[in-house]
Design a protein around this ligand. Structure first.
Ligand code: ADP
Length: 360
């Protein structure tokens, strides 16, 4: 008797959690007809239980989500849990509510499927903020792009006229020649900054085509581009055998080139020794580029991924401070993360991940 009472109390508690839960929950039978739904589902979707019980909800899905619903149904039939897929519901008043749903089969005592549970999250606010952020980002990138193009024109003029002065004026004093040489160096630096800034702005613009690429050949292309620096410093670069994954080839070459280029540039007394490592960690490829260089002495070491942030002056080590920001934009565009671990005087290791679900 006591047992029965306990079960009843437990059941009442579970029912309350189901009915009053903060997220919409709908239970379907195996023919996709609504068996039950909670208060939050009524509130978000704008339909009462009585209106939906016993019927299907296909007519509530905007037509562009019908294909996805069928695909989810197939995966559920195979016994999979389908997590966090984005879909939408047309409310009774006709508005569209974007939702993030996780669906799974409910089974009986012997494990046979009896129903499907769909737990939804109303992501209207999230989408609104996201859209606003994307819009702001697009505007900022557009601004950086226009600015970089507009700055190029006066720069060409300064460059052209300083060349002319050097060529045409026979009576320039050594001091005057030196001043003009300094102007030309300033122009060159500005030119590098603009070109790096354009590269950075380009990463996030438009669609990036991804294909199945062999990272061994990506590394080879990056090393070919770094040939002069490798030759000059006697750098030795080794690598694990790298995987094949879906990514944008041009951007991956740029990523490895920037990281290995830095590993060479910030070398210590010894010739650079650099190793590219890779391992499968959960559902992502974790790459690392380890060097034996000067390491990084910064309390807030991840600031080096910000645009223009440098720990060295242009006189000590030339650079624009945009290379790592570009790496970060590339990795994040591919759904990965990038970070660094380092001890001063003991080299630096840059890590980045690429989702292995991108693997063909
Ligand atoms: P740049 O190389 O043009 O200065 P980056 O954005 O590529 O710009 O790098 C930012 C800063 O991070 C560098 O100026 C340097 O101080 C530091 N850094 C990057 N890579 C390394 C490395 N492998 N070893 C030591 N310091 C590094």
């Amino acid at each position: 008797m006591d047992n029965l009472k306990q079960i009843e109390t437990q059941l009442a508690r579970m029912t309350k959690v189901f009915m009053d839960g903060a997220d919409p929950i709908v239970i379907f039978d195996l023919n996709r007809r609504v068996l039950d739904m909670n208060h939050e589902a009524e509130r978000v979707f704008g339909w009462t239980r009585d209106e939906l019980l016993g019927g299907t909800t296909r007519h509530l899905l905007p037509s562009e989500f019908h294909g996805l619903a069928d695909e989810v149904a197939e995966r559920l039939a195979r016994g999979e849990t389908v997590r966090n897929y984005e879909t939408a519901v047309r409310t009774k008043s006709g508005s569209i509510v974007p939702i993030l749903v996780t669906s799974f089969r409910l089974t009986d005592d012997v494990g046979s499927p009896v129903a499907t549970a769909a737990i939804a999250k109303d992501i209207t606010q999230l989408k609104r903020v996201n859209d606003r952020l994307s819009q702001r980002n697009r505007e900022l990138r557009e601004f950086a792009n226009v600015l970089a193009h507009d700055l190029s024109a006066p720069l060409r003029t300064i460059q052209g006229f300083s060349d002319l002065i050097l060529q045409d004026s026979k009576e320039l004093s050594p001091n005057q020649r030196e001043y003009i040489e300094l102007i030309r160096q300033g122009v060159e630096r500005m030119d590098r900054l603009i070109s790096d800034l354009l590269d950075y702005a380009r990463i996030e613009r438009g669609e990036i085509p991804t294909t199945s690429i062999d990272f061994n050949s990506v590394l080879k292309a990056a090393l070919d581009n770094l040939h002069a620096a490798i030759h000059k410093t006697g750098a030795v670069i080794t690598s694990d055998s790298l995987p094949v994954a879906n990514a944008n080839r041009t951007q991956m070459v740029q990523l490895l080139q920037n990281l290995i280029g830095n590993a060479i540039k910030f070398h210590g007394d010894e010739p650079p020794r650099i190793h590219v490592r890779v391992e499968l960690s959960g559902d992502e490829w974790k790459f690392s580029v380890a060097d034996n260089g000067i390491g990084i002495d910064a309390p807030n070491v991840n600031k080096i991924f910000d645009v223009f942030y440098r720990l060295h002056s242009e006189e000590d080590v030339p650079g624009t401070g945009i290379g790592l920001a570009t790496c970060k934009a590339i990795v994040e565009r591919h759904g990965g993360r990038i970070w660094v671990s380092s001890q001063v005087g003991d080299g630096a290791t840059f890590h980045f991940t690429i989702p292995a679900s991108n693997t063909p």
